[in-house]
Design a protein around this ligand. Sequence first.
Ligand code: G3P
Length: 218
Amino acid sequence: MKFFIDTANLDQIREAQDLGVLDGVTTNPSLMAKEGISGKENIINHYKTICEIVDGDVSAEVISTDYEGIIKEGEELAALHEQIVVKVPMIKDGIKAIKYFSSKGIKTNCTLVFSAGQALLAAKAGATYVSPFIGRLDDVSTDGVELISQIVEMYNYYEFETQVLAASIRHTMHIIQCMEVGADVATCPLSAITGLLNHPLTDIGLEKFLADYKKVNG
Ligand code: G3P
């Protein structure tokens, strides 16, 4: 399973990259706004900087909602860097645009996916990634991981090449659950990735090893 970090924060992206297990980055307009990145030039430069930090795919989201606007914006974003994946919302014109991008060899990430039917459309349009938002489904008392499982099964059955990118991950347990049901990618906050490091028995065990070493070696 690939690990993407879900942030536009450069320090966090560098920290995850330094850990050596990062496969890519996802951003969205809310995450860019959180970092205070505004204005076309600054946004473009920010995406370029992220591409220089990491080796893998970097999702950059369009803000247009009409077909022509999505195509124009997506082509501009894709031209920035070979690692850019054009993130397109799950709407009618978005699906049409994904089909177009797919025919041009431009990678896409279909975002704001909350149902298997939406994931079916994204795959049929040729999306590179589909992003079901599991945390937001959990927020409304619906099982987000169950949706991941359903989509993985559907894509395997019909041999769709679209990768299931579990998004809106909130904690380490979500990562483990997504792994169990066969998600291709988990895009996570840094805290969820580093949270995987932790186990009290590791801390206790290490403390004992070091204390025993010190006893005989001083
Ligand atoms: O990848 C989508 C993600 O950014 C949404 O996460 O926590 O805002 O639901 P969240």
